[in-house]
Design a protein around this ligand. Structure first.
Ligand code: NAD
Ligand code: ZN
Length: 353
């Protein structure tokens, strides 16, 4: 799928024209109706700017409450009903303006409405810009079971305005930073050096730094999922930090990004222990977490509890835990023969006593 990266929403219509092989057409000359789906916070901070520049005649908005709870069957059904009432046809377009919640939900609505209508992603969180808006995974939760209902459904394109990140709360920005760091360690070691050298500009949300990191990460994600759309091989490297992280995320009720950086720390420690990497490489990881304020230790549950949650991860196969571990600069490998005792030891070492 095509990705456009910009510093405002101004060129959205241009991108739409480019994708449709047209020039200077208004959106309603391409689609009969447009439905923009967003959430309350994005509505307050971003949506006016976007809608103004969209300049559409036949547009309706559907605003969901902010938060994971909106990724549910109930909201899914309400949006479909709204679509019918608003007269959306097979020639209409859905635009998701928001974070991963809005993107996943809207994508699944688009995949389902009249067996699938066009949709476009306009991600407004760092996590959505570098991760969830790319790759075509859409879906909703079923009660407490996350992402168990959904479809692979590609957007027409993803339009990223990095300036949208200015209004994003710091905690949400940090959430996405863990994934940014992840991309460097799984795929591009040079990028790690860039992050270290430019951490201040990144934390200050300077446009040029944001543009650079978003572009890098979006390209890596796009490349990985292009090679492996349905998660057979290469896509597994994206789980770096997530297997260990899954355990602490569930038990400590901490944000996903924090769990991922703690999970990456565990993976690094394990690699060091079994001599896949040296201390110098691990120190680099610690240094970057410090610069970007990413946590590396957890508090609370016992190592046995964390391990038992890790074993329930749906990404395991045949009860073996699939571990993605750093092997060399900017590379990771898949290991599924690590014994429980070693894993328990590592988890314990990352517990803040
Ligand atoms: P989110 O969508 O809940 O957004 C986080 C918060 O930021 C919300 O409160 C939102 O209202 C607010 N917000 C968004 N943009 C803003 C802006 N520009 N200014 C101010 N506030 C803003 O969370 P998220 O972290 O973006 O996404 C998490 C979701 O993504 C989860 O449901 C997860 O399952 C999903 N996900 C999907 C994929 C995929 O491949 N489809 C990958 C990773 C995660
Ligand atoms: Zn993640």
């Amino acid at each position: 799928c095509s990705i456009f990266i910009d510093e405002s929403y101004r060129n959205f219509t241009k991108a739409l024209n480019l994708i449709n092989n047209t020039t200077d057409k208004n959106i309603n000359e391409i689609y009969d109706r447009v439905l923009v789906i967003s959430d309350e916070n994005v509505y307050k901070t971003q949506l006016n700017k976007f809608i103004d520049l969209l300049n559409a005649k036949f547009v309706s908005e559907y605003i969901v409450p902010a938060g994971e709870e909106s990724k549910c069957i109930d909201t899914f059904e309400k949006i479909l009903e709204h679509g019918l009432k608003a007269g959306l046809t097979r020639k209409s377009l859905i635009i998701a303006v928001g974070g991963g919640v809005v993107g996943d939900l809207s994508g699944y609505v688009a995949a389902s409405y009249m067996r699938g209508i066009d949709f476009v992603q306009v991600p407004t969180t760092l996590l959505a810009q570098v991760d969830s808006s790319i790759g075509g995974k859409t879906g909703i939760n079923l009660g407490t079971y996350k992402n168990v209902v959904g479809a692979f459904y590609q957007p027409q394109f993803t339009f990223i305005n990095v300036s949208a990140l200015r209004t994003l709360p710091d905690s949400e920005f940090r959430n996405g930073m863990s994934e940014v760091v992840k991309y460097g360690f799984i795929y591009d070691y040079e990028f790690i050096n860039y992050l270290l050298e430019n951490s201040e500009d990144i934390l200050d949300k300077r446009d040029s730094a944001l543009r650079y990191i978003v572009k890098k990460c979006a390209e890596i994600k796009a490349h990985v999922v292009e090679v492996d759309e349905k998660e057979g091989g290469l896509r597994k490297i994206l789980n770096f930090g997530h297997t260990f992280g899954h355990g602490v995320e569930k038990l400590c009720h901490i944000p996903h990004g924090e769990a991922v950086s703690i999970g990456m720390n565990m993976a690094f420690k394990l690699s060091l222990k079994i001599n896949l990497i040296n201390q110098e490489y691990y120190d680099k990881f610690l240094q970057i977490c410090k610069k970007l304020n990413l946590p590396i230790e957890f508090e609370g549950p016992s190592e046995e509890e964390v391990l038992s949650i890790m074993k329930t991860d749906k990404k395991n196969s045949f009860s073996k835990i699939n571990m993605i571990l750093p092997t060399e600069h900017g590379k990771v490998g898949l290991f599924n023969d690590i014994d429980d005792e070693t894993i328990l030891e590592i988890i314990k070492e990352c517990k803040n006593a």
